[in-house]
Write a protein that binds this ligand. Structure first.
Ligand code: SAM
Length: 266
């Protein structure tokens, strides 16, 4: 495969979180974690210079790339002429129209990415809306974010992102990645996680659930009562049977879901 000669290849763009993977063992471990089977469709977020992309192409899957860097997207569009199973979308993942994947009804895909760390939380929140088309996610993130995603209630890391993601996905932290595995090396520690959708805690109204969790964690050191009492919804919340002297970080995902379902039913 020819190497691209554009700016992003020679001078990684910090604003786009371009820390390119260069460690073959880590690359192999990430692609293996996807468990690609014949006929699978995989979406890679931010292929960059193709550290993961080349192995993904070798696996024979149908591969979609979403790359925001126009130079890199153009490079991959040229490559797509040689690889009929490759489709390239020059787009911001946060605005991406998932209909462009042209999936069959009920088709599920695998998603992989060494995500740009500056927008990793918005990407995760976005993917919650697409859980119905997701079979498995394997993503590299800041280790600190993975600690939050996999946290248990009662711990310092347990927060709004934890509850929103764990309501939808089972999160497993897979392995840490040393900074030397990247060029340029990021200033923060990195790790890889696997997220698999589950339907353990069905939510009746996602808007109510999202608003409840957001409000509960507005100021995490405060009790639920103190976080809620100035809200217009306080009279309704107060009428639900819940211990408002607790702090949000002690409320389990299951309790948040049950509580939210009671509110939406009232
Ligand atoms: N996958 C490559 C690797 O592992 O070496 C590149 C990873 S680099 C950390 C993040 C990639 O995401 C870059 O290629 C960057 O241009 C791309 N990117 C940044 N923001 C994006 C966005 N909003 N939508 C899609 N891609 C984005």
């Amino acid at each position: 495969m020819d190497t691209p000669t554009n700016n992003a290849f020679n001078a990684p763009r910090k604003s786009l979180g371009q820390n390119f993977l260069q460690d073959p063992n880590i690359i192999r471990k990430i692609v293996n974690a996807l468990g690609i089977k014949p006929g699978d469709t995989v979406l890679e977020i931010g292929p960059g210079r193709g550290a993961l992309t080349e192995l993904l192409l070798e696996s024979g899957c149908n591969l979609h790339l979403v790359e925001f860097d126009r130079d890199l997207a153009k490079y991959w569009q040229q490559q797509a002429e040689e690889f009929p199973q490759l489709t390239v979308h020059s787009a911001d993942i946060l605005d991406f129209d998932f209909d462009e994947l042209q999936l069959e009804p009920d088709q599920r895909i695998k998603i992989v990415g060494n995500l740009p760390y500056n927008i990793s939380s918005p990407i995760l929140i976005l993917l919650l809306d697409y859980v119905n088309i997701i079979e498995r996610l394997v993503i590299m993130l800041q280790k600190e974010v993975i600690d939050r995603l996999s946290a248990s209630e009662g711990s310092k890391q347990f927060g709004r992102l934890t509850v929103m993601v764990q309501q939808t996905f089972t999160v497993s932290a897979l392995f840490g990645v040393p900074n030397t595995a990247f060029f340029p090396p990021p200033k923060v520690a990195s790790a890889v996680a696997e997220l698999i959708p589950h339907d353990q805690y069905p939510v009746n109204d996602r808007v109510v659930f999202g608003a409840l969790v957001k409000m509960a964690f507005a100021q995490r050191r405060k009790t639920l009562r103190n976080n809620f009492k100035l809200s217009d919804h306080w009279p309704l919340l107060e009428s639900t049977d819940f211990d408002f002297t607790r702090r949000a970080e002690t409320v389990s995902v299951e309790e948040f879901v049950e509580w939210s379902n009671r509110i939406s039913a009232s």
